[in-house]
Design a protein around this ligand. Structure first.
Ligand code: UD1
Length: 362
């Protein structure tokens, strides 16, 4: 079997790592196509080197642009690649513009498409990621769902027959890297200047268009982080930096210590050492949950509803409600002593993905 993975943005590289590792031990051929949606060294290259992913076989180099330009550039660049490679499956990941473009380019050429992380829904149609998920699921031939909840969504949309519950590949990579970090094999802890790792601190990220693109909302969010009672390591995504700069907003204020985005193992180390996480990222909410750290999510909803159980993840859409008192209580809460894999999986999801793909080759 020949499988062609299409990736382009940071969260896809994290998911690619366990998939590439699962293929490495088989006779199957795995071709990696990087669209170039993310091109900064610390959003892309460090994930290949840090997670031991083989270099991409093909780089499309599409870069940034409006949604139409970015999606269209991937679409037109994919045709010759698919015609040359003729894979048995095109495997697309998650919910970015690269995901949708990879899926559409394959279906137009009658090449079977599998969607990893199928069935996630925020039901928020203002999010570009929500359209990318829904359209990709309906285009794909095989839907690889991470959770029972995702399977329910797909069945509700009439896609149950194409759906397989495989578990979440992010559990595979998160637990492996956690174990490396705890055994001293990971990257050293790298926190922004001014944060003392021996004292409680929070890890924060902000990059969703709905939080960064409205100047009043972004200023209110950064202001709320600045007022927190513990230092905040704000690992700033390029979109956040660009929007803050164009809006004349200073990120280094009050408790906020801005820093660069971290490689995966440094991020896991930062979260493990922290009192908790404040974020609008999907992946980081789940990593906080898996690593037993309380999370506050700066959004109206989450696709990872399982993290809301027992108050480990709180949705706080209104920056004025980012409650300092709650943080003091959460920061002193003992981490759970049990393995947090369930309900996301057992750390063997990538292996199951390879098995399901192989069993369904046409
Ligand atoms: C994208 C995904 C989002 C995912 C996120 C992870 C879409 C619609 N969104 O959002 O689902 O959670 O990646 O990071 O696909 N930029 C750089 N360097 C880079 C990449 C981007 O400077 O390497 C800047 C550019 O100014 C660009 C902006 O960031 O315009 C946004 O990048 P884009 O790829 O459009 O979306 P993300 O916000 O990264």
């Amino acid at each position: 079997m020949k499988v062609l993975s299409v990736v382009g943005a940071r969260p896809q590289l994290v998911k690619l790592a366990p998939i590439a590792a699962a293929f490495a031990g088989t006779a199957h051929q795995h071709v990696i196509v990087h669209t170039g949606q993310h091109y900064d060294h610390n959003l892309s290259d460090v994930f290949f080197s840090g997670l031991g992913i083989p270099d991409p076989d093909v780089h499309l180099g599409v870069g940034s642009g409006s949604h139409g330009v970015q999606t269209g550039a991937v679409l037109s660049a994919m045709d010759p690649v698919l015609e040359r490679e003729k894979p048995d499956w095109v495997l697309v990941y998650g919910d970015t513009n690269s995901t949708l473009a990879g899926a559409v380019s394959a279906v137009k050429l009658h090449i079977p498409v599998a969607h990893l992380e199928a069935g996630l829904r925020s039901f928020n149609r203002a999010m570009p990621e929500e359209h990318n998920r829904v359209l990709t699921d309906h285009a794909a031939d095989l839907l690889l769902a991470p959770t029972e909840e995702a399977v329910r969504h797909l069945r509700g949309e009439g896609l149950g027959e194409r759906t397989h519950l495989v578990g979440d590949v992010m559990v595979d990579v998160c637990f492996k890297v956690r174990d490396d970090v705890l055994a001293g094999r990971g990257q050293a802890l790298e926190l922004p200047e001014g944060i003392d790792p021996s004292q409680p601190y929070l890890v924060a990220t902000l990059h969703r268009a709905e939080n960064t693109d409205d100047p009043a909302r972004l200023a209110a969010l950064v202001g709320a982080l600045a007022d927190l009672p513990v230092p905040v390591a704000l690992l700033a995504h390029p979109r956040l930096l660009a929007r803050a700069q164009s809006q004349g907003l200073k990120l280094a204020q009050g408790a906020v210590h801005p820093g660069q985005p971290l490689p995966y193992s440094a991020m896991v180390a930062a979260v493990l050492g922290s009192a908790g996480v404040v974020t609008d990222s999907g992946g980081l909410q789940k990593e906080a949950y898996l690593l037993g750290k309380p999370c506050t999510t700066l959004r109206t909803e989450t696709e990872w509803v399982e993290t809301l159980a027992d108050g480990w993840n709180h949705l706080v859409p209104n920056p004025a409600e980012l409650d300092a008192t709650a943080w003091r209580e959460l920061a002193t809460r003992p981490a759970p002593s049990f393995e947090r894999g369930e309900p996301y999986g057992d750390g063997r999801a990538a292996q199951r993905v390879v098995e399901v793909l192989a069993a369904n080759v046409r």
